[in-house]
Ligand binder design. Structure first.
Ligand SMILES: *Cc1c(COP(=O)(O)O)cnc(C)c1O
Length: 396
């Protein structure tokens, strides 16, 4: 294995660990535990666990370890800890490092469950959380304090696709000694350079683009060896958020094709956004890759101009028109995952963001007509035709 490999090579070969049989494809070690040759060996392993040694699958497992090493290599991090879901990763990254009395600054445009952890769980244990508009550096500057322990944000927000300046926020956070935790799902491991840009900890829901085929839940926390083994591992191994070896294998195979899939999806998303922008049925077309996107300059710098694989369409006529649009689609399915090979359409106001008050939704731009469209691997022409027909139906 070579650290000089580029992402596409790391995604295929990174972290591989072969048994005595020298299998080509990664083995699934579907075992909860490991046998010790002697009592002395068991004792020694509990004192110090070597890199090729395992104790119990809640602590670590060879298949899970391959996934951790592969995603760490891909992301340019020193180490990683895999979790049962994306939310176990967000929770693990934050709770493992925070103490009562600590202060956290977070962007307010967050995935619903992330908001729940910051707003309703951390605060119950005496952590103070200040929410800011993540795109406004002045607000970050004003909220950060000497006792700020961590900052948290989604590098590209769900579902309004605001892009947060990782380098600038990291610089402000590091000036007060805060740890920068980035939920990087929408940026994907393919377009991300988050660690190079200043993030200390990167979190993924592997359920999204890493699996990419809608099969399994998973998550991962990437950071320095010190943070992962010293802070995250003790918390997660004792609280039980471990990824199953079978799901780790799905994620390993997902990583092998992630660059091809995500680049193809991003290309189609760009083509759709460009073709649909200005359509008479649309109030707004939100896609970070569009020249008209408020932060397109940042998208060029931070993501090499790639706008990701998701676009949001604000349909004229509110909820009724948005539902008519969804019900008229024949290729994208109505569901709530993203990053899947199948295109998926979601109405955030009544599903993923239903729990928020109308006031919170208004503040975040989640209007009654907003549709989030996760672009899959179908033919771009077929998708465009289907979406245009559904837009016509929405206005009928
Ligand atoms: C889906 C998602 C999560 C949660 O991941 P799960 O695997 O569903 O637990 C967290 N953050 C973002 C931005 C997501 O899109």
């Amino acid at each position: 294995m070579s650290e000089s490999w580029n992402k596409r090579t790391q995604a295929v070969h990174g972290g591989i660990r072969r048994s005595q049989y020298k299998e080509v494809s990664e083995a699934i070690y579907l075992t909860q535990g490991f046998v010790y040759d002697t009592a002395e060996q068991a004792e020694a392993r509990f004192i110090e666990t070597g890199p090729d040694e395992f104790i119990y699958a809640r602590y670590g497992n060879p298949t899970v370890s391959m996934f951790e090493q592969r995603i760490a290599a891909l992301e340019g991090g020193e180490d990683a800890f895999a979790t049962a879901s994306g939310m176990a990763a967000v929770n693990g990254a934050l709770v493992s490092m925070l103490n009562a009395g600590d202060h956290v600054v977070s962007a307010k445009a967050l995935f619903g469950s992330c908001l729940y952890i910051l707003e309703s769980i951390l605060t119950r244990f005496g952590v103070e959380v200040t929410f800011v508009d993540g795109t406004d550096l002045e607000q970050w500057k004003a909220a950060l304090r000497p006792d700020t322990k961590a900052v948290f944000f989604e590098s590209m927000s769900n579902p309004t696709l605001e892009v947060i300046d990782i380098a600038a926020v990291s610089e402000l956070a590091h000036a007060v000694g805060a740890i920068v935790v980035v939920d990087n799902v929408f940026s994907t491991p393919v377009f991300s350079r988050a660690i190079e840009q200043g993030a200390d900890v990167v979190v993924y829901s592997a359920t999204k683009h890493i699996d990419g085929q809608g099969r399994a839940l998973g998550g991962v926390i990437i950071g320095t060896k010190d943070f992962i083994r010293g802070t995250v591992e003790p918390y997660l191994k004792h609280t039980g958020g471990a990824l199953s070896p079978f799901n780790a294998w799905i994620m390993l195979k997902g990583l092998e094709t992630i660059a091809l899939r995500v680049n193809a999806q991003a290309e189609t998303a760009t083509a759709l956004a460009e073709a649909l922008e200005g359509h008479p049925a649309l109030e707004r077309t939100l896609f970070p890759g569009l020249k008209s996107h408020a932060q397109n300059a940042l998208v060029q710098e931070q993501l090499g101009g790639k706008g990701g694989t998701v676009l949001s369409l604000d349909i004229k006529g509110g909820k009724e028109a948005a539902f008519a649009f969804l019900n008229a689609l024949t290729i994208p399915v109505i569901s709530n995952n993203l990053g899947d090979a199948k295109s998926i359409a979601t109405h955030p106001a009544t599903t993923t963001h239903q729990r928020l008050s109308q006031e919170q939704r208004d503040e975040l731009g989640i209007t009654p007509g907003l549709i989030r469209l996760s672009v899959g691997l179908e033919d771009a022409g077929d998708l465009l035709e289907d979406i245009k027909k559904a837009l016509d139906a929405s206005q009928a």
